[in-house]
Structure formats: structure tokens, C-alpha cells
Design a protein around this ligand. Structure first.
Ligand code: DCP
Ligand code: CA
Ligand code: CA
Length: 346
């Protein structure tokens, strides 16, 4: 099999971000709630104290207090979680040549080999995330993304696990079919309907039967996943939906770093243009953000700087007398432009 892959997955990410800015929460059950379009909120992340009381991601927030009257319910603050995420991802991106940022709290990195040096380097990056950002994560290493993900799940929380190729079969057989990553819920349900109870049951299904049931491509993928085979390459060019640049102020006036933020964004913009601009201010214990949609796509530096300044003033006026610790700017709604530097593009 190929070069090893490491998966870094932050533990109870949103809830841990809340503990980070409010350490008094750490020994309390914490549930972060997301409210979508006026719906009743659902738990998006729960710390381990909450999980021990039966509080789980996905459950209605209204149930949390029934399970634990002491539970602390917090409304999700996505801009703040993004700012923590970007600091973590920057550490991982700096330490490895090839990285796929797979989600807000997950990144795969290609590891040279299984040598002691290479493995302890991965461990050192986990430690650096904790010492520099203050976030605990779990890390799994294996010869492909699937095995890395399985190792990471087994390592949670705050763990580190290498699954060597010769251990794959034994590890897989110790899992229930529901614990094989990347196999969706409906596939799992169908497998159960086919009488599958263990991974060994599933492995005994001939490939033709799987392909008949799930289609040629998906059937083959399931067949391979059940054997620890995953041909998906690391995808370091996965398109990000936004570009964000944060700067720690260390006492400076936020206006003095606007150009630096704009340049940090434009550096990574490449052949793309943006149609929405935003600003995030991180205070101790609070976040304030502003965004604005533009009339058209642009990649113009002066225009970006002027919009960032305008949004910065709006955001600052919301917390009068308070000094932010960090300030970030971001651009969203990206699209490719055929010619670099094209100013307006419809
Ligand atoms: N998330 C969400 N809605 C989902 C899944 C996740 O809002 N359906 C958010 C909240 C999580 C973050 O994404 O904190 C990362 O998702 P994970 O599945 O990795 O969950 P956690 O990090 O909370 O828990 P774990 O410690 O098990 O990784
Ligand atoms: Ca996580
Ligand atoms: Ca995750």
C-alpha cells in the first residue's frame, strides 16, 4: 500500500472552542446549538462531560436540559470556530508538504513512511496544536484515508494511533459494519436488511451482489472499504469556499493591519475573484462579524481594502470601548476568472 496518511480530527470541536475562551466550562456539560432558519435548535457538538450524560450531536437542544439541568447551552459562533480552525490548519499546512483540509476540524497529511522519525513528527504536530492554539485533537495513521480515519476514531479523545498494514484485518473484524467510515446511513441500513451483523458477514458477500445492490462503482467501493482498501488520493487542491486571514493585534490599532489582511487573502486568491467580503473581530469572550455582498466579482486590491475598512468600522462600533485581540478578513463566493487580474467579472 501507499505512503502513510495521518488524519488530524479535533476533539468535540465547537464545544472545545467554547471551553478555550471560557475555561470555567471545562468541568461542566457543554452543548453547542445550531439554529437553522427559525427551526428548533439541534446540538452540533457536545463535550465529553455532556456525552457521559447522554447528550449527543444531532439531538434537539430542548432535550439537553432534561438530561442535565446543569448543562450549558451555547449558540454556535461559526466565525469564531473558523478563526480557531484556520490557526490549526496553518500549523498542519506548515509542517507537511501535502495536506487535504477535509472539513473545519479535519485534515489529512501525507507522512513519509512509518519510521520512528516520521511518526514522532506527526505526534509533535499534535502537541504543537495544543501548545500554540490550545486545542486537543486525535490523530490516526494508516496506509490510506480510510485506515487513518478508523485509527483516529479509535484514538478519540486526545489519542494517537497507528494502524500498521498487518493489523488492518484484525482491526476491521473488531468493528461493527456501522463503524466503517464513509459508508452512508442508507447503505448501512441496506446491509443490515441483507442480514449483515459483523464486518465478517459483510466480507462474505460476493462483489457481484454488492454491485447489483449498490451499483457498479459504489458496490466496488464498499467491497474494498470492507477490506481496508481505499484508492482515493489526498486532494490538496480541494476548493475552499472562502479565504480568510487573521492577525493577532498585540495592542496595534486594527486599521493598521487591514492592508496586511488584504494581501494575505490576495496571495491565496490565485485565478479567482470574490463577491462577498467580511470582517471578524475576536474579543475576549465575544466575536463580532460583518459581511457585505458586492455588486459583482472582483479581485481588486484597493476595493478590497476599502470594503474591509468600512466593515471594520461597522464591527468596531458594535463593541464600543472594547479592544479586539484578533482581527480577520475574509472573502467568499469565489469563482474562477479566466484572466488573472481581471477586475470585474460577470
Ligand atoms: N458539526 C455540525 N453538524 C454536524 C456535524 C458536525 O455542526 N452534523 C460541527 C460541530 C463539530 C464539528 O463540526 O464540533 C466537527 O464535527 P465532528 O463530527 O468531528 O464532531 P466533534 O468534533 O464535535 O466530535 P468528535 O470529538 O467526536 O470529533
Ligand atoms: Ca472532531
Ligand atoms: Ca470531524
Amino acid at each position: 500500500m501507499g505512503d502513510p496518511v495521518a488524519l488530524f480530527d479535533m476533539d468535540y470541536f465547537f464545544a472545545q472552542c467554547e471551553e478555550l475562551r471560557n475555561p470555567g466550562l471545562s468541568d461542566k456539560p457543554v452543548a453547542v446549538c445550531i439554529f437553522t432558519m427559525g427551526e428548533k435548535g439541534a446540538v452540533s457538538s457536545a463535550n465529553y462531560v455532556a456525552r457521559r450524560l447522554g447528550i449527543r450531536a444531532g439531538m434537539p437542544c430542548s432535550r439537553v436540559k432534561d438530561l442535565s439541568p446543569e448543562a450549558v447551552l451555547i449558540k454556535a459562533d461559526p466565525d469564531y470556530y473558523k478563526s480557531v480552525s484556520s490557526r490549526i490548519m496553518n500549523i498542519i499546512l506548515k509542517e507537511f508538504e501535502k495536506v487535504e483540509v477535509a472539513s473545519i476540524d479535519e485534515a489529512y497529511a501525507e507522512v513519509k513512511d512509518y519510521s520512528e522519525d516520521a511518526i514522532s513528527h506527526v505526534k509533535a504536530v499534535k502537541d504543537e496544536i495544543l501548545s500554540k492554539v490550545g486545542i486537543k485533537c486525535s490523530v490516526g495513521i494508516g496506509s490510506n484515508k480510510l485506515i487513518a480515519k478508523i485509527a483516529c476514531e479509535l484514538a478519540k479523545p486526545n489519542g494517537f494511533l497507528v494502524i500498521y498494514d498487518e493489523e488492518i484485518d484484525k482491526v476491521l473484524k473488531g468493528l461493527s459494519p456501522d463503524e466503517i467510515p464513509f459508508i452512508g446511513k442508507s447503505t448501512q441500513r441496506k446491509l443490515r436488511e441483507m442480514g449483515v451483523r459483523t464486518v465478517e458477514d459483510a466480507q462474505s458477500i460476493p462483489i457481484e451482489v454488492l454491485q447489483k445492490e449498490f451499483g457498479e462503482k459504489k458496490g466496488l467501493m464498499i467491497y474494498e472499504f470492507l477490506r481496508g482498501i481505499d484508492r482515493r488520493p489526498l486532494n490538496p487542491f480541494r476548493k475552499r469556499k472562502e479565504l480568510i486571514k487573521f492577525i493577532t493585534l498585540n495592542g496595534r490599532d486594527p486599521h493598521d493591519v487591514v492592508e496586511q489582511i488584504a494581501d494575505g487573502i490576495l496571495e491565496r486568491l490565485g485565478n479567482r475573484a470574490f463577491r462577498r467580503v467580511g470582517v471578524v473581530l475576536i474579543y475576549r469572550g465575544a466575536t463580532s462579524s460583518k459581511r457585505k455582498s458586492l455588486a459583482t466579482w472582483t479581485s481588486d486590491r484597493d476595493y478590497l481594502i476599502s470594503v474591509l475598512k468600512e466593515l471594520l468600522d461597522e464591527a468596531l462600533s458594535e463593541q464600543p470601548g472594547e479592544t479586539p485581540r484578533r482581527v480577520g478578513g475574509f472573502v467568499e463566493d469565489l469563482r474562477e476568472v479566466k484572466e488573472k487580474g481581471l477586475m470585474d467579472y460577470l
